[in-house]
Design a protein around this ligand. Structure first.
Ligand code: ASP
Length: 317
């Protein structure tokens, strides 16, 4: 199992009490490892707790969205308040949500009006017949969704990094750095609540120094996110263009047929490694039984999940 870096299966046998809730989150696949002392490590654990508490009253979708919303707000990850910047030094966000219940979902791309594009995606899913809204017009929908809108400001850390990248005309180097992902930082969650429908949410600033107007996998159902009735849900991170070419999240869900979350994650990453190379992606999965798994072909991927045996969240990078 060359790419299966992690797999966790809380329940496998029949006849056991079904899980009330199950969730796994990620904080991006990339080259940067960090330990338990890092704020992002604690952020991942807290995101799981947020998801679990939302699922006590709500669905798997409520849980996945609550986890992602916490990470958007934290400023610790490449999403929401902590997003990376375009080649023009601006914030342009992508996000999506999807639930196996009715195969409902929607994405939003190139969002420049709210730090919470995943909530906007949920509004699009629940209030329109569309699956993708991009650009400036998202602002009107964000207002209808009751989200706070305004011009998105780069975080101080992102601004400093941008200035260092462009200083001395190092644009080519900056793009190369972006290709290496530099720690990733996109966030995602897949969850199963007592409603029994696997669901997913994802949110990102995209890739450092991306061209303005670029939309990546995180807005695209089937690529950065997917949920399939009876099978499970998946959420990817990594080089968006490669993930789209592989329809990676849909592929992971298909691979769970007659198998489990671990088979979906492992098979999807084996596929993208073979067809597009290593250093391209990571993925988290949940199957219809609530088993969760993660797999990646990068150096690291921060992730955390609810461990029912310990009754608390556990994280690894
Ligand atoms: N997949 C994201 C994108 O290409 C980036 C990431 O996951 O780090 O927009």
């Amino acid at each position: 199992m060359p790419y299966q870096k992690f797999s966790y299966a809380p329940r496998t046998r029949t006849g056991e009490t079904p899980l009330k809730h199950s969730i796994i989150v990620h904080g991006g696949a990339g080259s940067g490892k960090y330990g338990a002392g890092d704020a992002r490590f604690r952020g991942l654990l807290r995101a799981v707790d947020e998801g679990v508490s939302a699922m006590k009253k709500g669905s798997g979708l409520d849980g996945a969205l609550a986890a992602v919303t916490f990470m958007e707000e934290s400023g610790l990850f490449n999403c929401g308040r902590g997003a990376c910047l375009t080649a023009e030094g601006k914030v342009e966000l992508d996000a999506a949500v999807m639930t196996a219940k009715g195969a409902a979902g929607a994405g939003v791309g190139d969002v420049t009006c709210t730090y919470h594009p995943a909530s906007l995606a949920r509004w699009v899913m629940e209030n329109t017949e569309h699956v993708l809204i991009v650009g400036e017009r998202a602002k009107g929908y964000a207002r209808l969704a009751g989200l706070k809108t305004g011009r998105l400001r780069p975080s101080p850390a992102a601004k400093t990094k941008f200035e260092a990248l462009v200083r001395g005309g190092r644009h080519a180097e900056a793009v190369a750095l972006a290709r290496r992902l530099d720690g990733g930082g996109t966030v995602g969650a897949v969850a199963l609540g007592s409603d029994g429908s696997p669901a997913a949410a994802v949110s990102t600033g995209g890739m450092w120094m991306k061209l303005p107007g670029r939309v990546g996998d995180s807005a695209i159902l089937g690529a950065g996110i997917f949920a399939e009735p009876g099978l499970g849900a998946a959420c990817a991170t990594g080089v968006g263009e490669e993930i789209i070419r592989c329809a990676l999240s849909m592929r992971a869900c298909q691979l769970m047929r007659g198998a489990d979350a671990a088979a979906g994650a492992r098979g999807a990453i084996e596929h993208i490694s073979r067809s597009r190379g290593k250093g391209t992606a990571g993925i988290i999965t949940i199957d219809a039984g609530g088993r969760v798994a993660a797999s990646y072909n990068t150096e690291a991927m921060g992730r955390a999940w609810w461990d029912p045996a310990k009754g608390r969240a556990t994280a690894a990078v």
